[in-house]
Design a protein around this ligand. Structure first.
Ligand code: GAL
Length: 859
C-alpha cells in the first residue's frame, strides 16, 4: 500500500483536474440525462445527496453560510421550492427582492459548486400559506386549483414559464452552464388524484406535457406521481423509500423528500427524528439501488410574516433539521449524516457501475453487494426492530445492531454503522442577553426590560369601511387574506324580564367556528377565547355570560392562523364564525346567526401601518412607567439597540398571549406561546429502532410549542430599531427579552465497537478503496465559529457511564484521561483524540473493551 506521503502529489493533481471540470460545467453547460441507475452528468453516473433549504425561510445574509454548511455536510444539491405567492403577490406584479431573490439564491449555490433542484410546483404544500398559490387566483372567476380547469392551467403555465424564462435569462440551467440539474412540476399529485375525479388524470398529464414543452434541457421530476409519463421521472417522498421503484426500468430511483424531522403546529408537541433512524433510512435506500436523496428539510428556517400555512403551523419551521432554524449545526444529526454521506460516497464506483447481488444473512438481515471494475462495496442491514444480530458475510463475522446498516466500502471493513454515532453532540441553548446595552432608553434604569409605549385598538368597528348583512359570512372570502383579523359585531336587545335577571342562571352563548381562533367581547369587555388546532381547525365555544337589560354588544374577533396549504380542494376550505345562539331565555334559545352582523376587516393599527417607520407616528402612543398587562387588543412599541454580539437572536415571548411582531417594519411572524397538553405523549427516552412517525419521539408535552421567535441579525440597525407588537389576547410585555442562541457545551462518546474514523479510508489511483492499518476510532470535537475549546469538563478513557451532559466515571478509568485530552484540545478550534492504549499511555483494564467520553466547553 502506498503511504499517504507518496500519494499526496497525486491527490493534489486529481483535485486540480476535478476543479477544472467543476469550473467548465458552469462555463459550457452540462449535459444532464439519466439511465436506470442514476442521473448522468456529462457522461458520469452520479450518487447525489441533496438538501432542501427554502430561500424565503431565511434571509439573504444567511444564505452563503447555510449553503456552505450544507456543502461541508456532504451535500451536492440544494433543493428549493419556488414560492409563487411570494413572487406574484398581485396578479401581474412580480417580486424577486430580499428573501425572494431566487436568482441570487441559485447563484450562491452555484458559487459554492453545488447543483440545484428547482421544484417549481407551483403548488408546493410545504406548510406554506395556501400551498404557495396566490390567493387572488382563487378569486379569478371559475378557477378550481389542481384539476383540469382552464383558468388554473392557464395561470399555472404562465407562472411556470415566467420562472423558466427567468432562469434561462440568467443562464441557470445546467444545459446553459448553470447549476440547475432538475426541475419539478406539481407536487405529490398522485396521492391527491382520487379526490379530483375525472379532472385529475388529464390535469396531471397536461402538467407533465406543459413542463416538457418548456425545453429546459434538464430532466423534469414529479414526486409521488406513480404514472409520470416518460421522460418525466417519478420520485418518492416518504420517511423510507428503500422499497420504492420508479415506473419504468429506464428511470433512476430517486427520493425527493426524506423528512429528517417534522413541522410543528401551535399547541402541539415538538417532533424529533433520531439521527440513527434517518441514517438507517438513507443507507437502506442506497443499499437497495437508490441514487439521489434529498433531506426535506436540511435547514427548515422560519415562516416569517404570515407565510405559515397549515393552518396552525408555527412561525418556526425548524423541522428538527440538520441545520437548526437559527443556522447552527444540530449535532450529532448534522455530523452523523455527514459521515454517512462520506461512507456512501466511498462506495460510489461500485454502486454506480458494479453488478448487484442480494444475499440473505438471516430472517431480517441481508447484504447487497456491488462488484465490478476492481471494486467491491457491501451494505449489511439488520431490519429487526429489537434484536442485534451477528451475521457471517464472506466468511467474516459482523455485529449488526438492531435497525442498522453497516457500510463496507471494500466488502471487508466497516466504515460506518448507522446506529453508532461517532460525532459530537452540541448542547445548544437560548441564553439571556444583557439588554442594558441593547436598550438606548434605559441607561439610567436598573431594570433591563424593554421600555414599551402602547396604543389600544378599539373593540369592534373602528372605521367607516364596514358592511352589514344578516348572515355569518366566510372570513377568507371576506378578508381575501389581507389580514388575519375580521370583526363580527352584532347587538341584542335584552328585556329586563328575562328569567336570568332573577333566577341567577346565566344565559349561555354557543358559538361554532370553521376556524381558526376567536376572542369574544361583550359590551366592550374581553370575555374569552377559543381556537381549533392542527388536527381540527373548527371549534365550538360555550360560555355562560352576563348580559344587561337593554342593548348588548356582542363582538367576535375572528382570526386565521395561516391558510390551508394542501389537502383535497383546499382552496375552498373556509374560516370564521358560522353559528351563534344564546340559551336560557324566556322563549328558549335565540338564534343570533341571522341577526344583523356588521363586519370590519382588519385592525385600525394595520390600516395605519403602526409597525412601519412611516406609520408609527399616526397615533398618540401612551407612555407609562409600567405598560398595561393582560390587556387584549394592545399595540406595543419600543426603540431598541441591536443586541450585542454576533450570535443569532430571538424574542422570548413566553409571557405574552397571542399576536404578531415586527422589527423595523419587517414582520417577524405570528407569536403564540400556547402549550401542548402535558398528556400528549412524550417518551422519556426516544428509541430510534423501528419505523418513525412524526409523533414517535416528541418532546415538550405541556410546554409552549413555540416560545422563541427568530429575529435575523441583518434586520437590525446598530441603534434605534423600531420593535412593534400587536397583542390580541393579553400578555405581560415587561417579561419580553431578546435571547441569543449559543452552543454552550460539546460532548462525544466513542468505543472500540465504533468503526475507525472515516479519515483512514483512501481511494487509490486505481479507484479501489483501502483502509489504513493504523485506523482507530477517533473522537473529534469542533467549536462553533469564532470560539475555541476553553475547558475539558469531563474525560474518561475506560468504561465511562451515562449520556452526553451527564457522564460519570465507570469502574475502569485511565488516570491521565483529562490531562491527555486537555493537552490535545485546550486552545484549539477543533481536536481529534484517538481511542487507543498508546494514546492514553496505559491500559486501565486490560482485556476489557474501552470507550472514551469527553465533555468540553468552547468560548
Ligand atoms: C410533503 C409535501 C411537502 C411538505 C411535507 C411535510 O407531503 O410535499 O411540501 O408539506 O409533506 O413537511
Amino acid at each position: 500500500m502506498a503511504t499517504v506521503a507518496q500519494r499526496a502529489p497525486l491527490v493534489c493533481l486529481c483535485a486540480l483536474i476535478i476543479y477544472a471540470v467543476v469550473d467548465l460545467k458552469w462555463v459550457y453547460g452540462a449535459n444532464v440525462s439519466y439511465d436506470h441507475r442514476s442521473l448522468i452528468i456529462d457522461g458520469q453516473r452520479k450518487l447525489l445527496m441533496s438538501a432542501s433549504i427554502h430561500y424565503p425561510r431565511s434571509v439573504p445574509a444567511m444564505w452563503p453560510d447555510l449553503i456552505a454548511k450544507a456543502k461541508e455536510g456532504g451535500i451536492d444539491v440544494i433543493d428549493t421550492y419556488v414560492f409563487w405567492n411570494g413572487h406574484e403577490p398581485k396578479e401581474g406584479t412580480y417580486y424577486f427582492e430580499d428573501r425572494f431573490d431566487l436568482v441570487k439564491f441559485v447563484k450562491i449555490a452555484q458559487q459554492a459548486g453545488l447543483y440545484v433542484n428547482l421544484r417549481i410546483g407551483p403548488f408546493i404544500a410545504a406548510e406554506w400559506i395556501f400551498g404557495g398559490i396566490p390567493i387572488w387566483l382563487h378569486y379569478v372567476p371559475g378557477t378550481v386549483f389542481r384539476t383540469n380547469n382552464e383558468p388554473f392551467k392557464r395561470y399555472m403555465e404562465k407562472f411556470t414559464t415566467y420562472i423558466v424564462d427567468l432562469m434561462k435569462h440568467e443562464k441557470l440551467f445546467a444545459s446553459q452552464g448553470g447549476p440547475i440539474i432538475l426541475s419539478q412540476i406539481e407536487n405529490e399529485y398522485g396521492d391527491m388524484e382520487s379526490n379530483y375525479g375525472e379532472g385529475a388524470k388529464p390535469y396531471a398529464m397536461w402538467a407533465a406535457k406543459m413542463a416538457l414543452s418548456q425545453n429546459i434541457g434538464v430532466p423534469w421530476i414529479m414526486c409521488q406521481q406513480y404514472d409520470a409519463p416518460d421522460p418525466v421521472i417519478n420520485t418518492c417522498n416518504q420517511f423510507y423509500c428503500d422499497q420504492f421503484t420508479p415506473n419504468s426500468y429506464s428511470k433512476p430511483k430517486m427520493w425527493t423528500e426524506n423528512w429528517p424531522g417534522w413541522f410543528k403546529t401551535f399547541g402541539s408537541r415538538n417532533p424529533h427524528r433520531p439521527p440513527e433512524d434517518i441514517a438507517f433510512g438513507v443507507a437502506r435506500f442506497f443499499q437497495k439501488g437508490g441514487t439521489y436523496q434529498n433531506y426535506y428539510m436540511y435547514h427548515g428556517g422560519t415562516n416569517f410574516a404570515r407565510t405559515a400555512g397549515g393552518p396552525f403551523i408555527t412561525t418556526s419551521y425548524d423541522y428538527d433539521a440538520p441545520i437548526d432554524e437559527f443556522g447552527l449545526l444540530r449535532q450529532p444529526k448534522w455530523g452523523h449524516l455527514k459521515e454517512l454521506h462520506e461512507a456512501i460516497k466511498l462506495c460510489d464506483s461500485a454502486l454506480l457501475y458494479g453488478e448487484e447481488k442480494n444475499l440473505s444473512l438471516g430472517p431480517l438481515q441481508e447484504a447487497n453487494v456491488y462488484t465490478g471494475q476492481g471494486v467491491c462495496a457491501a451494505f449489511l442491514s439488520n431490519s429487526d426492530e429489537e434484536h442485534d444480530k451477528d451475521v457471517i458475510f464472506q466468511n467474516k463475522s459482523y455485529h449488526l445492531p438492531a435497525w442498522s446498516v453497516s457500510i463496507l466500502p471494500d466488502c471487508k471493513n466497516v466504515a460506518f454503522n448507522t446506529a453508532k454515532i461517532g460525532v459530537q453532540t452540541s448542547i445548544v441553548e437560548m441564553q439571556s442577553i444583557d439588554m442594558m446595552s441593547a436598550n438606548s432608553l434605559l441607561e439610567e434604569e436598573s431594570n433591563a426590560a424593554i421600555h414599551w409605549e402602547t396604543f389600544k385598538e378599539k373593540v369592534g368597528v373602528w372605521g367607516n369601511d364596514v358592511f352589514t348583512t344578516n348572515t355569518l359570512i366566510d372570513q377568507i372570502n371576506t378578508t381575501k387574506d389581507t389580514t388575519d383579523y375580521l370583526w363580527y359585531t352584532t347587538s341584542l336587545q335584552v328585556d329586563e324580564k328575562e328569567p336570568f335577571f332573577s333566577n341567577g342562571l346565566l344565559p349561555v352563548l354557543i358559538v361554532e367556528s370553521r376556524g381558526h381562533a376567536m376572542h369574544l367581547f361583550i359590551n366592550n369587555e374581553f370575555i374569552g377565547s377559543a381556537s381549533g388546532n392542527g388536527d381540527d381547525i373548527t371549534f365550538k365555544y360555550e360560555k355562560a355570560i352576563h348580559l344587561r337589560a337593554g342593548k348588548n354588544d356582542i363582538v367576535f374577533l375572528s382570526m386565521t392562523v395561516g391558510l390551508q396549504n394542501g389537502g383535497p380542494h383546499y382552496d375552498f376550505v373556509g374560516a370564521g364564525i358560522s353559528k351563534v345562539k344564546l340559551e336560557g331565555f324566556r322563549d328558549g334559545s335565540i338564534n343570533l346567526s341571522t341577526n344583523d352582523w356588521t363586519y370590519q376587516i382588519g385592525l385600525k393599527g394595520e390600516q395605519l401601518n403602526l409597525y412601519l417607520e412611516s406609520g408609527v407616528g399616526n397615533v398618540q402612543w401612551e407612555k407609562a412607567a409600567s405598560p398595561p398587562k393582560n390587556r387584549a387588543l394592545t399595540w406595543y412599541k419600543a426603540r431598541i439597540n441591536a443586541p450585542p454580539g454576533n450570535d443569532p437572536v430571538a424574542l422570548d415571548m413566553l409571557s405574552m398571549g397571542k399576536g404578531q411582531a415586527w422589527l423595523n417594519g419587517r414582520m417577524i411572524g405570528r407569536y403564540w406561546p400556547i402549550s401542548s397538553s402535558p398528556f400528549a405523549g412524550c417518551p422519556s427516552k426516544c428509541n430510534y429502532r423501528g419505523k418513525f412517525l412524526p409523533n414517535k419521539c416528541s418532546t415538550d408535552c405541556g410546554n409552549p410549542t413555540q416560545r422563541w421567535y427568530h429575529v435575523p441579525r441583518s434586520w437590525f440597525n446598530p441603534t434605534d430599531n423600531l420593535l412593534v407588537l400587536f397583542e390580541d389576547k393579553g400578555g405581560d410585555p415587561t417579561q419580553i427579552r431578546f435571547v441569543k442562541r449559543e452552543a454552550i457545551k460539546l460532548c462525544g462518546l466513542i468505543s472500540e465497537a465504533h468503526p475507525p474514523h472515516l479519515k483512514y479510508w483512501r481511494k487509490t489511483i486505481t479507484n479501489s478503496i483501502e483502509l489504513e492499518n493504523t485506523a482507530r476510532p477517533t473522537l473529534n470535537l469542533q467549536c462553533p465559529e469564532g470560539s475555541q475549546i476553553s475547558s475539558i469538563n469531563f474525560a474518561s478513557f475506560g468504561n465511562p457511564q451515562g449520556a452526553c451532559g451527564a457522564f460519570e466515571k465507570g469502574s475502569c478509568h485511565g488516570v491521565q484521561s483529562s490531562s491527555i485530552v486537555q493537552k490535545d484540545c485546550i486552545g484549539c478550534k477543533s481536536c481529534s483524540v484517538t481511542l487507543s492504549v498508546e494514546k492514553f499511555g496505559e491500559d486501565p483494564c486490560p482485556g476489557a473493551s474501552k470507550s472514551l467520553a469527553v465533555e468540553a466547553y468552547c468560548s
